[in-house]
Design a protein around this ligand. Sequence first.
Ligand SMILES: C[S@@+](CC[C@H](N)C(=O)[O-])C[C@H]1O[C@@H](n2cnc3c(N)ncnc32)[C@H](O)[C@@H]1O
Length: 566
Amino acid sequence: MAKQLQKLELTWIGKGNEPKLEPRILIEDTTKSFGDPKSENMLIHGDNLLALKALEQDYTGKIKCIYIDPPYNTGNAFEHYDDGIEHSLWLSLMKPRLEILKTLLSDNGSIWISIDDDESHYLKVVCDEVFGRQNFIANVIWEKKFSPQNDAKWLSDSHDHILVYAKRKEIWRPYLLPRTEAMDDRYKNPDKDKRGLWTSSDLTVKTYAAANDYPIKLPSGRIVNPTKPRCWSVNEMKFQQLVLDNRIWFGDKGDNMPRLKRFLTEVQEGSVSKTIWYRTEVGDNQEAKREVKTFNEESVFGTPKPERLIERVLFLATKEKDLVLDSFLGSSTLAAVAHKMNRKWIGIELGEQANTHCLPRLKQVVAGTDKGGITEAVNWQGGGGFKFYTLAPSLIQIDKYGGEIINPQYNANMLAAAMAKQEGFRYQPSESSYFKQGFSSEKDFIFTTTQFVTIQMLDRLAEELQANESLLVCCKSFAKGCTTRHSNITVKKIPQMLLGRCEFGKDDYSLNIVNMPHEESSLNYDENDEMNTMIDDAENMIKSKNSKNKKARDQNTQDSSQSELF
Ligand SMILES: C[S@@+](CC[C@H](N)C(=O)[O-])C[C@H]1O[C@@H](n2cnc3c(N)ncnc32)[C@H](O)[C@@H]1O
């Protein structure tokens, strides 16, 4: 008998097989960092699943606004293969990332996700599952194109969606949008009221109350009643007070239905955002292309968003100094806009565009030489800086005999930082005590060494520890008797202590189809053949990508003498 499903949820091939991620350290490449060396802004080049995992320890609950613009899965990646597989891959790619993004959001934070019709409805259901349906705020419609596509086979698609969720809807409120000139233009002063410009609004409401249904005598002498089934918005006594205060407008000749005067000085500072965002207000695809062309004319980034669109998101979701994150950074629109709006930012990009597009753009923003996008509107003059990071390689490698070893690319500092991260300690080597490399509380420390640990060494450490302090020693090997020698010192062996905790040695989570489970029973023989070919192709592709990554990592490790660990 079929298993009874217990809850409403979307399922797909591979759901539930989420990877156990290795918490990597991040390595600063000081040759690419730019501007203020104290800047907390981070540009991370690498796969966002591993990068988000790397950020988890320090940034859980700290991000005020996340904006992401993931690849839309428009059906081009595997056009000859089964559609369901393609959707499953895309959903498998998104869900674990959304889960970490949620943990990074602060309680009063929100996430904004750009998406088009191909996946938006599936994504909504997955987001309901991850963020909670009760935290759904809106599905914003962004008019991304102006001209109709007359060659469209069906309908000419002119909008994208932006799905908005709060971490906790009950406490999250958007900020108001700044008032526009067009909004203020509606305010006039035909009766020369000394309180200044005003506009008028309807004095009737839909919700009927008998106390608010009474006749009104206009200055012209004509008697009027609210149009049925409506009534006035105030009772008779309040109406008389408003008349005495000259807050009711009966028209130039005193013969119009009464309207309530609203003074510009009394309206709220800004306006509430609507859920349809027109290209005239926030830009469109063409505007975005023009913006990014300035930074790399030879290879114009294909799918940028306009700066005004991101500015709108950041206006609604953040204030100055708040921390924002984009884990599908692309050409770095979010980072550029956040920087110009004085927000702190973290951007993650897997592709080479981290170097070819993000770096030049962000350097120009910092230098104040980027004159495009929202620069003039927010009066950006330059300043600040950012640090460039890559992900460290996996901590554990398999040697030629099939045994697990510490990756030889790790130097002593990297190993100490990695072990601190693995064990949940903050890596911060003490200046006064060589063995206090990190702490989990004021009294609990970690020490990682590649030396053989002897009883004498442990005794010396014990002497230096205060009575109520404890220490975790991580080492490659230790003498017999070390584990029970001191009650406040725990000794563990690397890599054995780490095995089985997470997936080591895996660098690419961007196209996770090699190990993708598939329901064999639902595939016939030919389809299985096709699937195997596809998996072989993907494996080859990933092997070649990994070997390129390895070369890049080797280079990184050579450079790591001038690098800082994160
Ligand atoms: C649609 S673009 C984002 C465009 C961006 N909003 C802008 O304005 O330029 C999506 C980006 O996500 C990046 N990406 C895809 N998979 C990724 C992954 N696993 N980790 C990090 N970045 C990834 C792609 O390389 C691409 O640059």
